[in-house]
Design a protein around this ligand. Structure first.
Ligand code: ADP
Ligand code: MG
Length: 348
């Protein structure tokens, strides 16, 4: 079996070096919480912090650093949408590192007031092509063409990842989300490829659903889903719907994988410009991303220590920021997480 998760490379004396890209908006404050929590948990990770200025070459430093370290944690880098010359740095990083998979594990937090409860679904998304091919042009005045690129090789990598993931994690069903009734060639290829790969996994149920119906079903009956796989833009929309169902943008983490590198970030990839610097952003999504990163690096004990501290703070103490209907400041949540870490009897 081909190894589908990348191998971290930078390990010095038992400590990992990890690239940290704080990004804009709430990114820098969320990263300061990660560093604070890692300090108290004794997590053996050294961060190489790189601030990306969208107007210069700092993206090259970031890419070199990630290629050296193998692993990064990242906030969202804002792209000014008015300037059509500047492409999204976020997309550029994912493409350059060939991070062809994005995963958001959408799992309810008991104790968080949300539209749906007991949700536990995996959203697996093609992360480098589709509607994000960034091939747009004005063919004649007033007519814009935008190319959606779907390749058999990337569709196959996503399908294989989804079924392997289901197999290894005891999941029962994979659903391919598409619009092959309209985009017969592009989404048709994605769907057909997933059906072909599904034949290799007879023990796992496979079905498919049109993206519009999927959005309705997610809101009304999300418990029918287990592992979901889809192309890039649908993945962005569906993971935002799913995050909204269980408590919003501040809770869930997302993982980006290729064969060589991995990047961890909040699941909905928001910049949070309007709430930056006010001590009100929910720190949980980025802290969860840092826990995913520790697991990826093989620091399972430290990961469990921090994850349990987050769960106690959110599910038992119910120290909630305003996005979850609470009155706590970001730093109140972080302080409680640190208190639980210091009290824990599983500290490594
Ligand atoms: P984008 O960067 O995609 O434009 P925004 O920054 O506008 O997205 O975020 C979308 C919404 O999610 C906003 O209402 C923002 O306040 C909220 N949000 C994003 N991240 C968090 C967070 N960590 N805590 C609380 N609210 C958040
Ligand atoms: Mg914004």
């Amino acid at each position: 079996i081909k190894k589908t998760e990348p191998i971290p490379v930078a390990l010095y004396g038992g400590r990992h070096a990890v690239t940290m890209l704080p990004g804009g908006g709430i990114g820098p404050e969320l990263m300061s919480y990660v560093r604070e929590v890692f300090k108290y948990a004794g997590a053996p990770v050294d961060f190489e912090v790189i601030d990306i200025d969208p107007s210069d070459e700092s993206i090259d430093y970031a890419l070199t650093s990630i290629k050296r370290n193998g692993v990064a944690i990242k906030g969202n880098i804002e792209t000014k949408s008015e300037n059509t010359e500047i492409i999204s740095r976020n997309v550029a990083i994912r493409n350059e590192l060939d991070l062809y998979i994005n995963i958001v594990h959408c799992k309810s937090f008991p104790g968080v007031h949300a539209r749906q409860s007991n949700i536990d679904l995996m959203i697996i998304r093609q992360n480098t092509e589709g509607e994000y091919a960034m091939l747009e042009h004005e063919s004649v005045y007033g007519v814009i063409e935008s190319m959606k690129v779907v390749t058999e090789s990337n569709s196959e990598r996503v399908a294989r990842y989804a079924f392997e993931f289901a197999k290894r994690n005891g999941r029962k069903k994979v659903t391919t989300i598409h619009k092959a009734n309209i985009m017969k060639l592009s989404d048709g290829l994605f769907l057909d490829t997933s059906k072909r790969i599904a034949l290799e996994y007879p023990e796992i149920e496979h079905n498919d659903m049109i993206i519009d119906n999927c959005c309705m079903q997610l809101v009304s009956n999300p418990h029918q889903f287990d592992v979901m796989m889809m192309t890039n833009l649908y993945g962005s929309i569906v993971s935002n719907v799913a995050c909204g169902l269980i408590g919003g943008a501040g809770l869930l983490s997302g993982r980006n994988y290729g064969d060589h590198y991995a990047i961890f970030e909040p699941g909905t990839r928001n910049t949070g410009t309007a709430i930056a610097g006010k001590n009100i952003a929910n720190p949980v999504a980025m802290l969860s991303a840092s826990v995913d990163m520790l697991e990826h690096l093989g620091h399972q004990q430290h990961a469990t220590l921090i994850r349990r501290a987050i769960e106690k703070t959110i599910c038992e103490d119910r120290i909630h920021t305003s996005d979850l209907g609470g009155t706590a400041k970001s730093t109140d949540v972080v302080q409680k997480v640190i208190d639980h870490i210091l009290e824990s009897d599983i500290r490594p």
